[in-house]
Each structure stands twice: as structure tokens, then as C-alpha cells.
Write a protein that binds this ligand. Structure first.
Ligand SMILES: [Zn+2]
Ligand SMILES: [Zn+2]
Length: 175
């Protein structure tokens, strides 16, 4: 998981029921919360917790999971014959990770950066604007041809310097 917000891990219970051998890999900063059943990083803020619980019939404690692998960032994952580098990119959430395929220049940035010069929100639990800026700068160093963000749309043929340009547009808000 790129991070543990509800809109990304909401179906984990269903997935592990259907695919019991599937493993859950999460950055350790959010893995510990998941294992403790601490749902602050899942809902992000109290208002969303109440809203989502009543709207989707979710019970408190619905998001307590054992994590099979706690990531640090810096790992290289061999997934189905493709190799992905794990990059810790906090700011949108404390344990956000990006997955980068260096030879194919594919980046999966979770909710850190999207198409259309949009970035992830930085007002939720565990978020930090200055860290988000650093993470964007870090991603900006990568050569990316295909961006596969957590929302809006996929971008093929990402313009050179796109992520740095995005970071610069948001810079004054990311202090
Ligand atoms: Zn998110
Ligand atoms: Zn999201």
C-alpha cells in the first residue's frame, strides 16, 4: 500500500478474504498504527471518521491488520518479475511511499502528486507541508515517463521537469 488512508485500504478485509495468501506491505510508520488498530491515519481527521463510519457502516476497529512486511524506504521489490524501488515520501501522510520502476521510468506516487499539477492534501493526521515539499523535490529528481497516481488520471509521456514544476507552483503553501 502506498499509504493507509481509507480510500486506499478500504477493501483490505475483502481482499484478504478473497486472496488469503496476499501479503500486506506498508511503511513501518503506518504499519505500527494499523497493527495497533489506531485508525487516525486511516480516517485522517475526526470529521471523516464519523462521516465514513455512518455512511459506510464501518465499525470502530475495522482497520486493525497484521502487516507482513514493514517497509523503510530504499528497498527493491521484485513483484511478478518487475523491479520497483521503494521511496519514502512523507508529507501527505507520514508513511507514504512511492514505487519507482527505473528502467521503464514508471512512478506510482500514491497521493503525493497527481496529473494536472495537483498534489495530495497536507492537512490530515500525520501530514506535514514541509515534508511534502521535500518529497516532491525528491521525486523531481527521477526520470518519469509514466505517472500512475492514486487519483485523477494516468499520464503517459509526462513532460520533463513536471514534478519539479508542480513543486514550485505549490511551494509558497508548503512551509
Ligand atoms: Zn491519501
Ligand atoms: Zn487517496
Amino acid at each position: 500500500m502506498t499509504h493507509t488512508h481509507l480510500d486506499h485500504i478500504g477493501c483490505l478485509a475483502e481482499i484478504s478474504k478473497q486472496i488469503p495468501w496476499a501479503e500486506l506491505w506498508v511503511h513501518h510508520l503506518e504499519a505500527d498504527l494499523l497493527e495497533q488498530g489506531d485508525e487516525r491515519a486511516v480516517y485522517g481527521m475526526d470529521m471523516f471518521r464519523g462521516l465514513c463510519q455512518s455512511q459506510f457502516g464501518l465499525k470502530p476497529g475495522a482497520f486493525k491488520f497484521q502487516v507482513n512486511q514493514k517497509l523503510q524506504g530504499g528497498e527493491t521489490l521484485d513483484l511478478g518479475g518487475t523491479v520497483w524501488e521503494v521511496i519514502h515520501i512523507p508529507g501527505h501522510s507520514m508513511g507514504s511511499i512511492g514505487l519507482y520502476h527505473r528502467t521503464m521510468k514508471i512512478l506510482i506516487p500514491g497521493d503525493v502528486v497527481y496529473a494536472d499539477y495537483a498534489i495530495g492534501r497536507f492537512d490530515l493526521y500525520g501530514a506535514k507541508a514541509s515534508q511534502l515539499k521535500e518529497s516532491l523535490m525528491r521525486l523531481g529528481e527521477l526520470e518519469v515517463d509514466i505517472l500512475l497516481p492514486g487519483h485523477n488520471r494516468i499520464v503517459k509521456g509526462l513532460p520533463k521537469g513536471y514534478i519539479l514544476k508542480t513543486a514550485r507552483q505549490w511551494e509558497s503553501y508548503l512551509t
